[in-house]
Design a protein around this ligand. Structure first.
Ligand code: CA
Length: 395
């Protein structure tokens, strides 16, 4: 009897428990869903009232090692600025080269939307569009001040956007290194013949110029440069300038540090934004991206201008780096080759021609003006200092 009654009552006794468990499970899932939704919104004040607004979470892939001084840190500082300016409504996670995509995969990742943003240098994408090279720098081209003026007020940025439009990418200037150094060598360069057979990391149009001068150019991402130079995969390398080059330790493995950076006289870095992702943002977040990019663009230049002098002095004083100026006839030959090359490329590619025409017209105008302002001022500043030192000596 007992056994029978157990059998007949067991079913109804378990069912409420199962129902209770199911209800609990649904409640847990629902609360998880609510929590998930809650992290996608932040409370903001709009017209004196608290409103919940959507949080956008973006990824930024970069061509630099994560947090690499100047280059990588600028990408992170941009992301920090955007997050604080937007009250947390636009969050951008920055990835170093190789974390999601390799350094040279940044353009494609932003183009296909697998990352909403990228940070790199436009001359890396010359295989996509030869005209892209103008927006980083070209041999014997504009300095940082001139580049910023051309891009922001001389039609340069409009042209850059035209060049990237087929790739669904909106570019923003996102940093400037100032005039770079000509690079690290383990032999002296006394004439153009000394470049013959030299394998050097030197990207962009400068690499083509270097090839025509008898050398052999390669483009190696920053993160692989030290090992390449150390193991003799390359004989020489240009990277950025004293503070970055010291951080990589080039002074430990190369003897001669040549200047001036004829090949990169004011390199602009780029912040790339996937076009549909940008267009999906509300207008205020678009404005925040735009103005944070402008701030990051200027701040990188300020950092380099502040840090490079000490880094150079350190390397020369402590590490035995031998500073050398490229001979005038080597510079002249490189200039002549550059002009031939630009003309030739302009013949082959109408968009290259269009950008080159804008670039050189702007450069010609600003050069004439800078002859009587910047150029004269630098000269007289040195001259008065020398005269004052001379008259002190006479006393
Ligand atoms: Ca460089």
């Amino acid at each position: 009897m007992n056994a029978t009654s157990k059998n007949t009552t067991s079913k109804p006794r378990w069912s409420p428990l199962i129902i209770l468990l199911l209800v609990a499970l649904v409640a847990v899932l629902f609360s998880l869903l609510v929590m998930e939704k809650a992290t996608d919104k932040v409370a903001v004040m709009v017209d004196g009232k608290v409103q919940e607004q959507r949080v956008y979470q973006w990824r930024m892939v970069t061509t630099w090692p994560k947090d690499f001084p100047g280059l990588g840190t600028t990408a992170q500082e941009f992301a920090n600025m955007v997050e604080s300016m937007s009250g947390g409504r636009l969050q951008i996670r920055v990835y170093g080269a190789g974390e999601i995509v390799p350094a040279m995969g940044v353009f494609d990742a932003v183009s296909d939307g697998s990352a909403e943003m990228g940070h790199g240098g436009s001359y890396y994408w010359r295989g996509k569009a030869p005209a892209a090279q103008f927006f980083t720098t070209i041999p014997f081209g504009m300095n940082a001040q001139e580049m910023n003026a051309w891009l922001h007020h001389g039609g340069g940025l409009e042209l850059w956007r035209e060049v990237y439009a087929p790739f669904n990418i909106i570019p923003f200037p996102g940093g400037n290194t100032g005039i770079q150094m000509a690079g690290w060598f383990n032999k002296e360069i006394n004439n153009i013949e000394d470049l013959r057979g030299l394998k050097m990391r030197i990207p962009g149009l400068a690499g083509d110029v270097f090839n025509r001068a008898g050398g052999s150019s390669v483009n190696i991402p920053g993160g692989e440069l030290y090992t390449s130079l150390q193991t003799g995969v390359i004989d020489a390398a240009e990277w950025v300038g004293p503070s970055n080059d010291q951080a990589f330790g080039f002074d430990q493995i190369a003897r001669y540090y040549y200047y001036p950076g004829w090949q990169e006289p004011g390199s602009t870095l780029e912040l790339l934004v996937n076009k549909p992702a940008f267009e999906a943002l509300p207008a205020d977040l678009q404005a925040i991206v735009t103005h944070a990019a402008r701030a990051a663009n200027q701040d990188m230049l300020d950092q380099y201008t502040a840090r490079n002098p000490r880094a150079l002095n350190d390397m020369v004083a402590k590490e035995g780096t031998e500073l050398r100026r490229l001979p005038d006839d080597v510079i002249q030959r490189l200039y002549d080759i550059s002009r031939e090359l630009f003309e030739q490329q302009a013949e082959e590619d109408p968009l290259f021609r269009k950008v080159w025409d804008s670039y050189r017209t702007f450069l010609a105008d600003v050069t004439d003006y800078h002859k009587i302002t910047e150029h004269t001022y630098y000269d007289i500043r040195e001259q008065v200092k020398a005269d004052a030192a001379g008259s002190e000596g006479e006393e």
